[in-house]
Design a protein around this ligand. Structure first.
Ligand code: SF4
Length: 399
């Protein structure tokens, strides 16, 4: 289902071109952009990765293109994907299998499956069976955050990925190359943070759908092209004449893996909610602070993941700080309330929800919750729920 951007946010000129490019990349479920990138040099290799987070710096340093595989969204008809899974799991693995068996992932030379849940683990096994000629790696993440244990393990995983991608590209990952890649991704992170800050301060300038499309573009474009795109958008949108509406400010949590349809984001804004913070495509900004650009780059990546990443349902919360961090973040971005929106049957998100709800209740922060799937096509009920939530906060400051 397609929902157009509201007239007051429709963009023309160069801004419109940037958004149109991001939209076309989002709709490129056959990954033609990747095939085009590879066609320019026959030594180029692309490595697809599943949500939530992989250190793209390692693939980049090996001369590869990291490509996010975020499911088929509402653009993929599931013909064979359903036959691989029971009915009571989320939608993402069905559409990913559909992309695979329909040949739309043929431009990928390898696949990384970060350890986020059993579904992703099983999916990696299916890929191994269905694509025995491809590199398929279950990218295990540490659950112990001591440098001499989890850190050592994580570095060995990083080096395993580096070795595999280097064998395909012929480019070894030296410390020097990895430090350069960290710098390039730090620049991307700075551009991303500038956009996030602008959205927090003036959310009417950065509609949720545009912001989301820009995030997704970063999972397909070479990193320097994406950084330039973010910087240009952030500059141009501040020169636009978009005006503020009487919307409430909301924060979204639960959407870190299977992604909501873009039309759902537009629906939420039309219902009166500015999205000032969220966990969409969270792997693109999983480590908000700059990663050390000097010293041992492997240790720097391990330290960043273990001690400086955002809280997520897929990462073990060793210090039990997730609920506190949620409340702190609500205050930081001055959100009026929280939308707990999770994919149907997503165990990690739904198991976290009672704990997050309790923290919000204790802090007196209004929230509402609903479920979606990547191909949800009916938004009326969600629109009414979000609209009522927004109206209640405007009228009474609570729900
Ligand atoms: S949506 Fe949830 S259950 Fe499904 S693959 Fe992602 S984390 Fe796992």
């Amino acid at each position: 289902m397609s929902i157009a951007a509201p007239p007051q946010t429709q963009a023309t000129g160069r801004l419109g071109e940037i958004i149109a490019l991001a939209q076309s990349l989002y709709e490129d479920i056959a990954f033609k952009a990747v095939a085009d990138w590879k066609a320019k040099d026959k030594t180029r290799r692309a490595i697809g990765f599943l949500p939530v987070y992989v250190p793209r710096e390692v693939i980049h340093a090996a001369g590869g293109l990291p490509v996010g595989i975020m499911g088929g969204g509402d653009m993929t008809e599931i013909v064979r994907g359903d036959s691989y899974f029971q009915s009571y799991i989320c939608h993402l693995p069905r559409s990913v299998i559909e992309l695979l068996v329909s040949g739309r992932l043929d431009s990928m030379d390898g696949f990384l499956f970060p350890s986020i849940c059993d579904v992703i683990r099983n999916l990696s096994g299916m890929f191994k069976l269905l694509k025995p000629d491809r590199y398929v790696h279950y990218f295990d993440l540490p659950q112990n955050f001591r440098s001499n244990l989890g850190g050592t393990f994580y570095v060995s995983e990083l080096k395993s990925v580096a070795g595999a991608v280097s064998a395909m590209t012929g480019t070894p990952v030296t410390d020097e190359r990895l430090r350069e890649s960290i710098k390039v991704y730090n620049a991307n992170s700075r551009a991303m943070n500038a956009l996030l800050e602008l959205r927090i301060e003036k959310p009417w300038l950065v509609p949720a759908a545009e912001y989301y499309l820009l995030l997704r573009a970063g999972f397909l474009l070479p990193v320097d092209e994406h950084t330039a795109m973010l910087n240009e958008y952030t500059l141009l949108v501040q020169q636009s004449d978009r005006r503020a509406l009487d919307n409430i400010r909301v924060m979204v949590r639960g959407a870190f893996c299977e992604q909501p349809p873009v039309a759902l984001l537009r629906t939420l804004e039309r219902a009166g909610c500015y999205l000032v913070d969220d966990d969409f495509v969270v792997g693109s900004r999983f480590i908000p602070d700059p990663i050390a650009e000097t010293g041992n780059p492997w240790d720097a990546l391990a330290d960043a993941f273990m001690h400086h990443s955002l809280p997520a349902a897929s990462v073990y919360d060793e210090k039990h700080e997730k609920a506190k961090k949620l409340v702190d973040r609500v205050r930081e971005v001055r959100a009026d309330g929280v939308l707990l929106m999770a994919p149907s049957f997503c165990d990690p998100a739904l198991l976290d929800q009672p704990m997050l709800q309790e923290a919000l209740e204790q802090a007196g922060i209004p929230f509402t919750s609903f479920k979606y799937s990547e191909d949800t096509g009916q938004f009326q009920v969600i629109r009414e729920q979000a609209g009522t939530f927004a109206d209640a906060i405007k009228l009474w400051g609570t729900v």
